[in-house]
Design a protein. Sequence first.
Length: 285
Amino acid sequence: MLFLLLSIFCSVSVGIIFKISRKFDITISQVIKWNYTFALLLCFLFFEPDLNAVNSTAPWGVYTSLMLLLPSVFILLAVSIKHIGIVKIDAAQRLSLIIPILAAWFIFMEDFNALKLAGLVVGIPAIVMILIKKDKSDSKNWLYPTLVLLGFGVIDVLFKQIALYKDLPYTTSLFVVFCGALITAIAIIAYEMLFMGKKLGLINLAFGALVGIFNFGNILFYLKAHQAFAENPSTVFAAMNMGVIVLGSLAGILIFKEKLSKLNYFGLFFALIAIALITLSQIYK
């Protein structure tokens, strides 16, 4: 249980760091670049990836997609937290699990039971209730969380494809993807420096190191939690998603004084129910 709690803490900490960073003159792309630099270093030290086993038969199409999507969606996540807040973005990120479920239904033709369908029926209106804001003129209130939800949903589908590839350890594939994500982040920074006049800053290194450490901690402790609960992975899945929504909501409301309407609170409540139903659907297949 300790590993699970640490994973939840690390996941929410990333959002808190991005929220705090709005008070400083940071460049998000540089923060993301340093994030992958530190995450790669820790991945190499803790997972000891076998790069000699990586060859042309590896799922390079999936790898490349993730290499491009990860830093792009990470930048979108940081911008979204600044504009919308931790509560709604954490909820949108966790409810992105609806995307791989829909993909499993429509693309991979998996059978659905009543619990999974109920989870979708509850989850979709929960998203709407979470995102509704009294000031309906602010299109960012919908745009950013929707893009975060879609982005992380697609990333989840791609990571599931990597997990199905048994010729390479998952941690080795993760290291390869992080390498490509770092290259993508460097390319974005180069573009910003050449055409937008942005400069390198040490403050970005500081925030990037923090994000990288907590980002890797989230992955490390999540994998260890799955090892500890090997016979009941649905427990990890449910606790992780619910824990992040609850802790993220508490952080946003208590620390950053984010304002939510009664409808938003109902949305968070129904989001937890949706995750519980989807998790139960994995147990009672």
